[in-house]
Ligand binder design. Structure first.
Ligand SMILES: [Zn+2]
Length: 407
């Protein structure tokens, strides 16, 4: 991704990088499709599907894959099998902050264990029914237990964004002192705005020894700010974002893997080694497994993500797709599509005529454009454009209809 003034995204990048050092750092991805994703209503995978998903995520290039072995015997078997595969990504066994849960993770052969505890007053009173002191004692006992077994670990401060700051810091410092490798700072209910998430993560980051402990961000999408908040948390010092394929999770989920991967690569210039071309297939696979269609308008992987309809857009796209696309569809495994109908205008009509091998002069194009409008049937035809077809259209038709003519 070059920063050259002939790059159509040049000025956008200038704004994005203003007042920053300009040096990018790697922001890692933990994918939780097998844990958070399965908490989405209606989502449940078979053991075989879980193993397949882990393989796909690993070859895509995520850094960590999270799975909960304590949910059911099937989950335990899947966790054991996935750990035995020897994948490049760390397999993180997710458990409650209870010794017997940690024992299950150990039985699975886990080397990474993530435990969590809701530490906001509302979670302590409504869910755990214990005091802060009891919560702290319980969490630290489990942290010591994990460390005594020589495991790497993450502790999730559930509902961190609604926890009294002094108590949150106290808990983080204790975990930091014990050498817990990662602390996750979640916005469990999706209440934060990006600036707030930045402030929260910065406060934690500045309070601990970050040579011993790194920070994760786990942001929920209740008002659609999950990815923005997660990225703001990374700007404040976190270096790992939790995602799921297509963003599935409790309620409205967490950031989607595709959106996060493209944001990190294209906008944050994070140095990840990701097979972006797998994104569409990852989404399709999950959609088939759970029999839930991918919304057409879903960024990056949706069928409309690279669909162009209005005549003026069509005309520009066929001259230079960068006019309306920030990343080539094939880079993320998607395809460009054009739509012909009442909005096609002269340029769109000319392209359609060209495709059909007909005369593409101004008169013919105007007649067809009027005909498409008069039909009043909305979109009539959608076509995938492969490279060969795009070149043909460009060569055959674009020159014959003036680009400056108003639609
Ligand atoms: Zn969550």
């Amino acid at each position: 991704m070059s920063l050259k003034s002939d790059d159509p995204n040049y000025y956008a990048h200038q704004y994005n990088w203003k007042s920053e050092s300009g040096s990018s750092r790697k922001i890692r991805i933990l994918d939780s499709t097998l844990r958070e994703g399965e908490q989405h209503p209606g989502v449940s995978f078979t053991i075989k599907q879980r193993i397949q998903i882990a393989w796909m995520l690993d070859s895509f290039g995520v850094d960590q894959i999270e799975i909960s072995p304590v949910v059911s015997p099937d989950h335990m078997e899947a966790t054991k099998t996935i750990i035995r595969q020897g994948l490049s990504a760390n397999i993180v066994a997710h458990t409650r902050a209870i010794k017997s849960d940690v024992d299950v993770a150990i039985d699975c052969g886990a080397t990474w264990v993530a435990t969590y505890m809701g530490i906001s007053d509302i979670h302590l009173s409504a869910k755990l029914k214990i005091s802060r002191e009891e919560a702290k004692a319980r969490a630290l006992e489990v942290a010591d237990y994990i460390k005594a077994h020589g495991l790497k670990s993450r502790f999730t401060m559930e509902d961190a964004s609604r926890t009294e700051p002094a108590f949150l810091i106290e808990m983080c410092k204790e975990m930091n002192r014990r050498g817990i490798e990662r602390i996750s700072i979640p916005d469990t209910v999706g209440i934060m705005r990006p600036r707030g998430m930045y402030n929260l993560v910065k406060m934690v980051h500045d309070s601990i020894d970050t040579s011993k402990t790194s920070l994760d961000v786990h942001c929920h999408n209740d008002v659609g700010l999950a990815l923005a908040n997660a990225l703001a948390g990374c700007e404040a010092g976190a270096d790992q974002i939790h995602t799921t394929i297509d963003g599935f999770g409790e309620r409205t989920g967490i950031p989607s893997l595709a959106e996060t991967a493209v944001a990190l690569t294209l906008i944050y210039k994070s140095n990840n080694d990701l097979r972006l071309h797998m994104l569409k297939d990852l989404s399709k696979t999950i959609s088939e497994y759970i029999s839930l269609p991918v919304p057409e308008s879903k960024p990056i992987v949706g069928d409309s993500a690279y669909k162009h309809k209005a005549g003026t857009h069509l005309a520009a796209i066929l001259r230079n797709p960068a006019a309306y696309e920030i990343i080539e569809p094939k880079v993320v495994g998607n395809r460009r599509k054009i739509v012909f109908g009442e909005l096609a205008g002269k340029n769109g009509a000319a392209y359609l005529l060209s495709l059909l091998g007909l005369e593409t002069g101004r008169h013919e194009a105007e007649t067809l454009a009027r005909g498409l409008k008069d039909l009043r049937m909305g979109d009539i035809l959608e076509l995938y454009l492969d490279d060969r077809l795009e070149r043909k259209i460009l060569n055959d038709a674009a020159v014959k209809v003036s680009p400056s003519t108003k639609e």
